[in-house]
Design a protein around this ligand. Structure first.
Ligand code: P6P
Length: 334
């Protein structure tokens, strides 16, 4: 039997590259993996309990909150607040930063996350996912504060997502490539299944919600019309794929190549997606896999957030595809 790397072994191997490492970061990633396994169980059984459907509330961004959103949020907070690796957290599901209770030790890392992205798809059993970023604490305060959260996307030391789909996949980067691990539920371990993922320089898939067309600026409409008539070198035209779950749409394009676009429009001048816990981690992963992630004008990873739930336009995917959109954005036409 060929025994494959587990996520834990992979993290320990990464840790050995830093002789002075205390093991705290390794512990944090293991905690994230533990929380994700619990969430995977809840997502798998969602149709059986009464946790489908709306929780009767909306989050700070005005999105309807589903019960599983809250469950996933609470699982991450409960698992991560007590192990002494974090100084503070921030979640899509909480308007304010989440402090580490005094009864637990504080650590040197910051955890920013979207506990269950794509939740509007939950009731239809479509893939959803967790997206996360990790920063180092930069303040002198033991318990951390907003200054530790509002760091430039370029300061991320780790980014990743877990996609709860036909299988549960943990994908992460610490700046040495992008690696994917599939959960083997029979042993409760994530097993290396996608080592050093590389995004093709050009894809044949474009992902955008064409239901928003009436709101688009001309450069976006012109780009979409062009991409629909465009035939890449392989001679097959681009195909449209849009799941409405960022993690699922991005993961497909990461493996196959392609472009995902959620640009600014007349109603959303800053786009819809949130910088800190959606666009920034996805951008780190895309760049580590050889792709690009921009607003259409500037690199996502160059942006310094001004507020916790700040929105940003996101154009992410294969290098040549993103560059083509940027040409339309600045007024060039092929
Ligand atoms: P729309 C899910 O709510 C989300 O934040 C992302 O996962 C997804 O890419 C996007 O919004 C979908 O938005 O407006 O197309 O439904």
């Amino acid at each position: 039997m060929i025994r494959r790397h587990t996520l834990t072994e992979h993290i320990m191997q990464e840790q050995r590259k830093y002789p002075g490492a205390s093991g705290g970061f390794t512990g944090l990633l293991s905690d994230i993996a533990t929380a994700s396994k619990i969430i995977a169980r809840e997502v798998r059984q969602a149709g059986l309990g009464n946790i489908l459907g709306a929780a009767g509330s909306t989050n700070v961004s005005g999105d309807e909150v589903k019960k599983l959103d809250l469950i996933a949020h609470e699982i991450f907070v409960n698992v991560l607040e007590r192990t002494g690796h974090l100084c503070i957290m921030a979640s899509e599901e909480d308007e304010d930063p989440i402090t580490i209770p005094d009864r637990f030790p504080a650590g040197k890392y910051v955890f920013v996350f979207d506990p269950l992205d794509g939740s509007s798809n939950i009731d239809a059993n479509v893939s959803v996912g967790t997206i996360f970023s990790i920063f180092r604490k930069i303040s002198t305060d033991e318990r951390g504060g907003m200054v530790d959260i509002l760091q430039p996307a370029s300061e991320q030391i780790c980014a990743g997502y877990i996609v709860y789909g036909s299988s549960t996949l943990f994908v992460y980067t610490v700046g040495h490539g992008v690696h994917g691990f599939t959960l083997d539920p029979t042993i409760g371990e994530y097993i290396l299944s996608h080592e050093d993922i590389r995004m093709p320089d050009q894809g044949q898939v474009f992902s955008i919600n064409e239901g928003n067309r009436s709101r688009w600026f001309d450069y976006t409409s012109d780009y979409v019309d062009w991409i629909k008539s465009s035939v890449p070198d392989e001679g097959r035209p681009y195909t449209a794929r849009y799941i409405g779950s960022l993690v699922a749409d991005f993961h497909r394009n990461l493996l196959y190549g392609g472009i995902f676009l959620y640009p600014e429009d007349r109603e959303n001048p800053n786009g819809k997606l949130r910088l800190l816990y959606e666009a920034a981690p996805i951008a780190f992963l895309a760049e580590q896999a050889g792709g690009l992630a921009t607003t259409g004008e500037t690199s996502i990873r160059s942006i310094e957030p001004a507020e916790l739930h700040q929105k940003v336009s996101l154009i992410v995917g294969s290098r040549n595809d993103v560059l083509a959109y940027e040409r339309f954005r600045r007024g060039d036409r092929p």
